[in-house]
Design a protein around this ligand. Structure first.
Ligand SMILES: *Cc1c(COP(=O)(O)O)cnc(C)c1O
Length: 407
């Protein structure tokens, strides 16, 4: 097993007798296999591995590098800081296109231009700031026009689309930018048959037809997030943008689990029991005493809490596996720790507590936690905090030479 200090989080040596409280193991071989499975499933389109939010908690740089090794050619980030960090780490424009889509006024446009980051534009304010930066630094932009085809979040509304397209075409004619993409994002691709899906497919086709009719020639047209990558071939166009599926989780758990799509969860979260003790019946457990021992029993202390991303909503519901048996969070999840009722068993202090993983050893999965907490597996993995060291296994990519970076 290998370690890599690539996320800024502490890392843990995989040596016998190592001391650790908890760790998230990130299986980059699984990530590569997931990207390969998505490429095989989709056939033609390019793959953009979405690595926003520190690769959904998995570590942006190692995950980005592994995804590129497996044939992804694009990376997707929300914030400019995320995109610039990947460039600064040595993933140059020759290695991968990076699209960044969440811009606010005063954003580091010039840095993004110099670093060769593709820029999403949803409205005139952004185009105006971007063009001012292009004029200031003399580096033309690569722009992806984002249409709001029904999500109602980011993106340009249909009534503003002709104006935005016209402004982009004028700027392109002046040599200030290349119209690199036209794109949009689904509202409910994870709910097969939802009426918004067809409406958005139609809306995207209309937005594209208008732009192309006006003379725009985008290099890539893209619409598909993970659920659309898995379930909607008509949404694939030139490029798919899987996030969650890259990390081996199913975006459509009602339709199928990861294995049904040839995917394997990348993150496993374990902790080590910090205390095992006998308590009498009727003993309140953790803040507020929302659990009371039904009889004399043993309690185990798990040294992870909501500061580490364990949802407080997991109080009395979150599942863990200890010495082969499933246990449930007893009482409230606190900031740094929670308790499980061990039912009289006495596993040793230091015993592994499996919170979630692939499920292949019978342990819970991130999806089990999502169900227990009334959320989605996206949130379970993404919120695992910076205090939890990541341990990378499965052939860790070497850091790229800094030569490709210009930021
Ligand atoms: C997060 C995000 C994605 C990836 O979504 P998944 O459902 O995780 O695949 C794709 N495109 C945009 C615009 C996003 O914000």
């Amino acid at each position: 097993m290998t370690t890599a200090n690539t996320t800024g989080a502490a890392t843990t040596a995989d040596a016998p007798g190592r001391h650790h409280r908890a760790e998230a193991t990130i299986d980059l071989a699984a990530l590569r296999a997931n990207v390969a499975a998505l490429r095989e499933r989709t056939g033609g389109p390019a793959v953009m591995a979405v690595v926003k939010a520190d690769a959904y908690g998995h570590g942006a740089l190692p995950c980005a590098l592994a995804a590129l090794e497996a044939g992804a050619t694009w990376l997707g980030t929300a914030t400019p800081e995320e995109a610039l960090a990947l460039r600064a780490a040595g993933i140059g424009p020759d290695r991968a296109r990076i699209l960044c889509w969440l811009w606010t006024p005063g954003a580091p446009w010039e840095q993004a231009l110099r670093a060769g980051v593709d820029i999403s534009v949803s409205g005139r304010w952004a185009l105006d700031e971007l063009l001012a930066a292009v004029r200031a630094c003399g580096v033309p932009a690569r722009v992806h026009l984002k249409a709001d085809t029904g999500l109602g979040r980011n993106g340009c509304q249909p009534h503003d689309w002709p104006d935005l397209v016209a402004a982009v075409l004028r700027a392109e004619a002046e040599g200030l930018l290349t119209a690199a993409g036209v794109w949009s994002h689904f509202a409910a691709a994870d709910e097969p048959g939802h009426p918004s899906i067809q409406a958005q497919l139609d809306g995207f086709a209309a937005a594209l037809a208008y732009a192309e009719g006006a003379g725009l020639r985008p290099e890539v047209r893209h619409l598909a997030n993970s659920p659309a990558t898995l379930l909607l071939p008509q949404a694939h166009y030139d490029l798919v943008r899987p996030g969650l599926a890259t990390y081996g989780l199913s975006p459509v758990p009602e339709v199928g689990g990861p294995a049904d799509f040839g995917l394997r969860p990348v993150m496993s979260l374990t902790a080590r029991l910090a205390l095992v003790k006998e308590v009498p019946g009727g003993h309140g457990v953790s803040y507020g005493h929302h659990y009371t021992t039904p009889g004399a029993t043993t309690l185990g202390l798990v040294p992870l809490g909501y500061a580490d991303g364990i949802p407080r909503h997991a109080s009395n519901t979150g599942p863990v596996q200890i010495a082969g048996k499933w246990r449930t969070v007893a009482g409230r999840v606190a900031m740094d720790q929670f308790v499980v009722d061990l039912g009289g068993d006495t596993p040793r202090v230091g015993e592994d507590v499996l919170l979630f993983g692939t499920g292949e050893q019978g342990e819970p999965t991130a999806e089990d936690w999502a169900r227990a907490c009334g959320t989605v597996s996206y949130e379970i993995v993404t919120r695992i905090g910076g205090r939890v060291p990541r341990r990378y296994v499965g052939a860790v990519p070497g850091a790229p030479s800094a030569g490709g970076a210009t930021a």
